[in-house]
Design a protein around this ligand. Sequence first.
Ligand SMILES: O=C([O-])C(=O)C[C@H](O)[C@@H](O)C(=O)[O-]
Length: 304
Amino acid sequence: MKQTAPDEIARRLGSGLLSFPVTHFRDDLSFDEDAYRENIARLGGYDVAGLFAAGGTGEFFSLTPDEVGRVVRAAAAEAPDGVPVVAPAGHGTAAAVRMAEDAERAGADGVLLFPPYLTEAPQEGLAAHVRAVCRATRLGVTIYSRANAVYQDATVAELADACPNLVGFKDGVGDLELMTRIRSRLGDRLVYVGGLPTAETFALPYREMGVTTYSSAVFNFVPEFALAFHAAVRAGDREGVHRRLAEFVLPYCEIRNRRKGYAVGIVKAGMRVTGRSAGPVRPPLTDLTGDETAQLAELVKRVR
Ligand SMILES: O=C([O-])C(=O)C[C@H](O)[C@@H](O)C(=O)[O-]
């Protein structure tokens, strides 16, 4: 079986825009694999540096372990050659280890490690969580710093020494001092991914800090816009970035901010208004109201 080397996945992820596909559900909330596969083939046809199967936008937290395996296998089967697929690992350490072990068998090229669920943990415990997952796979692992798993610079440095296959740091916190400390301490040892909700909002300032790429959820339904935005960020085209922020991203965030969990619900609404429904979100998330969906449809018209 093919195995993508950790340094290779780091290089590829850092080279372009990262896609976080939604996971398709039927009206009864079962996984709609055929529709998911079709969407992966479509998204993979664009110039993306990686497809993160069952990420946050892909409702990882709402999938059973068996479903995670199905989603990752479907993504690996449908992604065009040359487009890496990253599998999720998460929940408690034991479950995360199982998922990391399965990732390579499922044909993934890397692993994204989510925060553990429910419990808070000290840095020492988080470090043990990461070490266990890195030991469970030969694939390159990216840690997702967010919520109850905010990794401090000393912890990241210690982990980077202890785990050769720890290749990436995805930031979902937005603490500029912490990000600067991590970047300054670790330099090019890791690839840095901007991973705040609607990551476009932060892309330009983050680029200044050496965060070379970011995860795009809007890419699911306005891919051309997302790629043009990314190109403007890469080129340092401030005017182009600010124009697109004002035209679409900031008003989009205004709708997203109306309810907790809308960061995912709004992407599924975006799929609906662009004629590519991915079905409803699973609880505990909720879908946008009819009015909000209509407002989003108006916004989308501006950029399509
Ligand atoms: O796990 C996730 O889905 C993310 O955090 C990535 C998203 O794409 C996020 O960056 C966003 O909403 O743009």
